[in-house]
Design a protein around this ligand. Structure first.
Ligand SMILES: Nc1ncnc2c1ncn2[C@@H]1O[C@H](COP(=O)(O)OP(=O)(O)OP(=O)(O)O)[C@@H](O)[C@H]1O
Length: 225
């Protein structure tokens, strides 16, 4: 039996613990993403989607519960080991592209690969291949400001996949696009995820997009239902 790509077990998380401003966000949230599975995470605003994704992606730590990547327990790792595991395992996509404005589309996808130890030529070849797969090969030399919103997000998808993550985490990846563009760009993301056999947890408010994934889970009152 192969291990799940992601296991979140009984995750607890609060902010400002013990203060009058205390907010308890997650109350024993449990969720698994199988290898190659694409799961939609649906939740009302403020329910803790981003908090859960940050914990799953090792950007933040839980107050209780366990996080496993490919069966490997990530709980209690040192900050350094957690950062290394995040770099090796996880690709993130946010609602806004967060591309580096002074670099071209191509460079935005090449840079994380160079940081990961790849040579310039290999990194560039991979970046061009990814750009072609999402239909923006002709925009490789454009800077983010010279791209449409949909194109910017497509480039951000390529960057998230540049280092071949095992797990993709996305927070409203097409949330800032108009409905028609969102639909197309989401299609490009799903094609890319399917072609690479990636496991993904994708938060969305959009039930039509959620229905295109393998499974839909809901975050409610700090638990996954
Ligand atoms: N650093 C923080 N300090 C205090 N409270 C926080 C912090 N981060 C988030 N919260 C609170 O925790 C709750 C969950 O936040 P989170 O960003 O995870 O929600 P979300 O489901 O992603 O919301 P949205 O869909 O609106 O982005 C919110 O009530 C938020 O105000």
């Amino acid at each position: 039996m192969s291990e799940a790509a992601l296991d979140l077990v009984g995750i607890e998380k609060g902010y400002n613990r013990g203060k009058p401003s205390e907010v308890i966000v997650l109350r024993g949230a449990t969720l698994s993403v199988a290898r190659g599975e694409v799961v939609a995470l649906v939740a009302p605003s403020g329910a803790g989607k981003s908090t859960l994704l940050h914990i799953a992606g090792l950007l933040d730590t839980a107050d209780g519960g366990a996080v496993r990547h490919g069966g490997r327990d990530m709980t209690g790792l040192s900050d350094r080991s957690r950062t290394e595991a995040r770099r090796a395992d996880v690709g993130f996509i946010y609602q806004f592209h967060h591309l580096l404005p002074e670099f071209s589309a191509l460079e935005n996808i090449v840079l994380p690969q160079l940081a990961n130890g790849l040579g310039q030529r290999e990194a560039e070849a991979r970046a061009r291949d990814l750009l072609a797969r999402v239909g923006v090969a002709g925009r490789a030399d454009h800077r983010p400001a010279q791209l449409s919103g949909g194109e910017q997000q497509r480039v951000a998808f390529c960057r998230a996949l540049a280092n071949g993550p095992k797990l993709l985490l996305a927070d409203e990846p097409t949330g800032n696009l108009d409905p028609a563009t969102s639909d197309q760009v989401f299609g490009a993301l799903m094609d890319l995820v399917r072609e690479t056999g990636l496991s993904a947890l994708i938060a969305t408010h959009n039930m039509e997009l959620a229905a295109r994934m393998d499974r839909v889970v809901r975050l409610d009152q700090g638990r996954v239902v």
